[in-house]
Write a protein that binds this ligand. Sequence first.
Ligand SMILES: [Zn+2]
Length: 411
Amino acid sequence: MKEIKQGIEYKMTILTPVHVGTGAELNASLECVLKKENLWIIDYDRLLSDPKVDPQDIAKRMEDRGFKIHRYLQEKALSAKALAKYELPNKLISGDGFPNRIIEQIRGSLFRPYIPGSTIKGAIRTALFWYFLKNDTRKLRLAKELLKNLRDVDERYLDDEIEKVLFGKDPNYDLMRAVYVTDSTPFSTKDAGLRVVWVYAPSQTGFVKKIKTLRSGRTFPLKNYAEVIEPEQMCTTTVKIDEYLFSDICERELHFRNRYEKIKIIPQVCNQFAQKLVDLEMKYYAGFDELTKEYDEKVAAPVRRGEFVLQLAWGTGIATKTVLELIGDPNLVENVRQKFRRRGAPLFDMVHTSCGGRVSFDRRRQTLVCNSCDTTELILGKNVFFPKTRKIAFENGKPAYPMGWIKLEEA
Ligand SMILES: [Zn+2]
């Protein structure tokens, strides 16, 4: 693998469905026409300029909560395809239910989906974060001090604080300034698909759909309908290191140079990190035969071959959990857990990998204990993990893909 110095152009292949959201949702009744094969997103500008449409009439009818755009189009004998901004393949089957809301994929000109450079860079940053900490005892000690002396840190900012130890105290001094990643080239609108994505969480009986309980006591499993970029689709992106920031003149101010050798080997670093993720994920998905088979072929195989793979879009608490896992000190974990338990955040709960039982800290014996199988002397990062919920995309009504894996090859 080439070192990244001058810009390297990478061919990107989607390994498992990727969703990069805009934060917005499509209202299915108002904007979408869903047929067995396709989903059409209606362009209202075009609709309102159609001679068959009376703008005042439609505005009035839309005030009715039961308004459905597909019925309206049917009534007026208008074609959804002709009035669509874009269309995408519908990967839902009848058992997946009917979406009310669809989370929207970020799109560029002509509604073509793409992956922003910042999203790719975020995934690289997570891998570098793990790698630097693992190999820099001084930084690791600084991160440890920070977690030991936690005062009033909001959980949302805890990761930021820890990342500053690694990457620099403010954005100007952030090492990632030296890494450029371009937005991906656009995919075709038909490279996207509509899928249902379920949230899974570990439990004593294995990996199960996460259940949400409302105040009323009503429960339902968590799922989203999402526009995703489909597996096997391809595009390109360019990754570049800004050599100037490592020059003599910048060194006095930025102090990046000691990390120069590491940053040049981003692909290798990302693969080591991916290897760790894959090992962990495979344990979690044990028992899900279809999922593990897909995962092994689509994600684990490229990792084994040493190809450059990344998982996009991570959640909160990742930096903190990484530090805790690397340090493996149960007292430190307990300190963090106590701080956040008071705020009612189950963010740092722990699970025994072999049985799925909850793990707690036995202060008297100074050891982590599994509440379910009573194993003691458990070690965080080895046989105890922070259970991340995982988003699983379905195919033909069954769990099929973990979300967000891509592969990059030199073009
Ligand atoms: Zn156990």
